[in-house]
Design a protein around this ligand. Structure first.
Ligand code: HEC
Length: 156
């Protein structure tokens, strides 16, 4: 697969010229083969309180993250690291991403609780990190986006 993708990417880059390298990257669809109903069903199977989250609501909140993060498998890093498989992953270990010293020095595995605190206020949760994002102050929105991430990145 990778062997086929790379030449296609290079061709796309060559075709579009150097002026717009980002828009020539292949689009990163979000689980196109899985319906919203299936996603909502995955959410219903999550532990409380995430089982009560709204998939649609989470997708809307994630729009704020999308400019910096991809979530599909092999989606690549943007301003921020790829978030596929972030649950259960040691902080600061997405392949090929250069993290701030603050993140490199941190030492925990991402779970819903850590993500909830990180998203509530990234700067107070881990001072000195480089995620230029004010955070998601609304508790329901955090619940929804965390459940959305869990559903989107669940093993097939
Ligand atoms: C302006 C760009 C930007 C936005 C918007 C943004 N992030 Fe980030 N994010 C980053 C950067 C940069 C890092 C790496 C921080 C560092 O190294 O200090 C990061 C790190 C993370 C990490 C840690 C990943 C790891 O591998 O340990 C998580 C989780 C995360 N972001 C989730 C989110 C979510 C969810 C949202 C939306 C609610 C969001 N981010 C919005 C740029 C962004």
């Amino acid at each position: 697969m990778r062997i086929l993708v790379l030449p296609a990417l290079l061709l796309a880059l060559a075709a579009c010229g150097p002026s717009q390298p980002d828009s020539s990257a292949p689009p990163a669809p979000v689980a196109p083969e899985v319906s919203n109903e299936e996603m909502q069903a995955r959410i219903a199977a999550l532990p409380a309180p995430y089982n009560e989250a709204s998939y649609e609501g989470g997708r809307r909140v994630f729009a704020q993250c999308r400019s910096c993060h991809t979530i599909d498998a092999g989606g690549g890093n943007r301003v921020g690291p790829n978030l596929h498989g972030v649950f259960g992953r040691e902080i600061g270990t997405a392949e090929g991403f250069t993290y701030s010293q603050a993140v490199q020095d941190a030492n925990f595995v991402w779970d819903a609780d850590h993500l909830d605190h990180w998203l509530a206020n990234p700067q107070t949760f881990l001072p000195g990190n480089r995620m230029a994002f004010a955070g998601v102050r609304d508790e329901t929105q955090r619940r929804d986006v965390i459940a959305y991430l869990m559903a989107e990145t669940a093993p097939q």
